[in-house]
Design a protein around this ligand. Structure first.
Ligand SMILES: *[C@@H]1O[C@H](CO)[C@@H](O)[C@H](O)[C@H]1NC(C)=O
Ligand SMILES: *[C@@H]1O[C@H](CO)[C@@H](O)[C@H](O)[C@H]1NC(C)=O
Ligand SMILES: *[C@@H]1O[C@H](CO)[C@@H](O)[C@H](O)[C@H]1NC(C)=O
Ligand SMILES: *[C@@H]1O[C@H](CO)[C@@H](O)[C@H](O)[C@H]1NC(C)=O
Ligand SMILES: *[C@@H]1O[C@H](CO)[C@@H](O)[C@H](O)[C@H]1NC(C)=O
Ligand SMILES: *[C@@H]1O[C@H](CO)[C@@H](O)[C@H](O)[C@H]1NC(C)=O
Ligand SMILES: *[C@@H]1O[C@H](CO)[C@@H](O)[C@H](O)[C@H]1NC(C)=O
Ligand SMILES: *[C@@H]1O[C@H](CO)[C@@H](O)[C@H](O)[C@H]1NC(C)=O
Ligand SMILES: *[C@@H]1O[C@H](CO)[C@@H](O)[C@H](O)[C@H]1NC(C)=O
Ligand SMILES: *[C@@H]1O[C@H](CO)[C@@H](O)[C@H](O)[C@H]1NC(C)=O
Ligand SMILES: *[C@@H]1O[C@H](CO)[C@@H](O)[C@H](O)[C@H]1NC(C)=O
Length: 263
């Protein structure tokens, strides 16, 4: 303390030199070693068609420092500059997700690819993202079944596979998504008994359940009355039949129920 009082200029000059040295050292170190997160993203980009790579021109080797990474198009980071979100809408990426190594992006909380001309299936490594809360693949060309492994992502709150070419029944694993508030499966070719599906998900905290424009069959079970958070229920254009159970009257927040164009 005494020296700082007596030689304030000397001390501040020493501090300044130290800070400059630290800065030079750290920026040099970061530039030499790009993160595994950057590498995973660049590897995926390298597999995309030429035109799509042009759409991701900000994803480049000259900006692989951790600061640069966080300014790449569509990416969000946390305070420690780890990637937490991939968020794209209306960008014609025109590829698949198969070449994206999600194991190298363990801090993802958000994956949004809306209308990105993506196709193929959902890679199973998605299930290793234990912090994922939002997963939206709406308006693409994805196909295949609803993967059982989506049920392992118990952190999920928002799930949309809407407007794709998914087929088949919804597996029982969906019942383990105990924080799910939004489920949009509209405009696919999902099928199966809506009675057992609603029984499966009736204990989830769903606020919006959108199953319209599919090929679900069966009738609405009385367990719908247990979905007390439900505000929006869309079932139009399926092959659902039968009466609406009186338990639906228990749903105090429900403001939109659409059952049109069923049988
Ligand atoms: C893609 O770009 C590379 C150079 O970046 C070029 O050599 C190749 O011919 C291009 N391919 C197509 C299909 O345009
Ligand atoms: C690399 O990305 C930065 C922004 O992150 C951009 O300013 C620069 O033009 C890009 N370089 C190339 C060669 O596209
Ligand atoms: C993920 O976040 C944790 C905690 O914030 C951090 O320790 C870890 O390095 C991050 N992972 C990557 C691959 O950056
Ligand atoms: C994705 O980005 C859009 C803006 O482009 C924003 O409105 C939206 O909230 C983001 N979604 C998530 C889940 O962060
Ligand atoms: C999808 O994105 C394309 C641009 O890539 C745009 O022209 C088209 O209108 C979008 N479609 C929808 C349904 O938003
Ligand atoms: C996507 O790529 C295929 C070939 O890989 C091409 O035929 C098609 O025109 C592309 N679509 C868009 C929207 O870029
Ligand atoms: C990913 O998750 C699967 C299924 O939960 C598990 O078997 C596998 O060991 C996990 N892989 C890694 C690398 O954590
Ligand atoms: C369901 O998803 C589609 C495609 O992303 C979107 O356009 C639609 O608004 C969603 N429906 C509701 C009610 O959120
Ligand atoms: C579900 O949400 C609660 C409350 O936000 C949180 O404490 C819990 O960790 C979440 N569960 C999972 C599996 O993420
Ligand atoms: C819908 O289900 C009916 C009856 O199970 C079946 O005959 C029909 O082929 C299905 N349609 C589609 C598009 O899957
Ligand atoms: C509603 O939930 C309660 C408690 O979990 C259960 O006992 C009851 O059978 C459920 N009601 C229906 C109609 O499934």
């Amino acid at each position: 303390m005494i020296s700082s009082y007596k030689f304030p200029h000397l001390l501040s000059m020493a501090t300044l030199l130290f800070l400059v040295a630290v800065h030079l050292h750290s920026s040099a170190a970061v530039a030499v070693v790009p993160s595994t997160e950057a590498n995973a993203l660049l590897e995926w980009k390298s597999q995309l068609p030429n035109q799509s790579r042009a759409l991701l021109s900000s994803w480049n080797e000259s900006s692989t420092t951790s600061t640069g990474l966080c300014s790449w198009k569509g990416l969000t980071c946390d305070a420690s500059r780890s990637v937490t979100g991939l968020n794209f809408s209306h960008v014609a990426i025109n590829g698949t997700l198969q070449g994206l190594n999600f194991l190298s992006l363990p801090n993802l909380t958000t994956i949004v690819f809306i209308n990105c001309s993506l196709s193929g299936g959902i890679p199973s490594t998605i299930s290793n993202l234990s912090k994922l809360t939002t997963f939206d693949l709406g308006i693409n060309g994805f196909s295949g079944g609803f993967p059982v492994f989506l049920g392992y992502i118990t952190s999920l709150q928002y799930l949309s596979l809407s407007d794709n070419y998914f087929t088949g029944t919804i597996p029982g694993s969906i019942a383990t998504l105990s924080n799910l508030t939004y489920l949009n499966l509209s405009n696919n070719q999902f099928s199966g008994d809506v009675t057992s599906l609603i029984r499966l998900i009736s204990s989830l905290p769903l606020q919006k359940l959108l199953l319209s424009y599919n090929n679900f069959t069966g009738s609405i079970p009385s367990s719908i009355g247990n979905m007390s958070s439900l505000v929006q229920l869309w079932l139009q254009q399926n092959q659902i039949h039968g009466l609406i159970p009186f338990e639906i009257g228990k749903l105090g927040f429900l403001w939109q129920l659409d059952l049109s164009q069923n049988i």
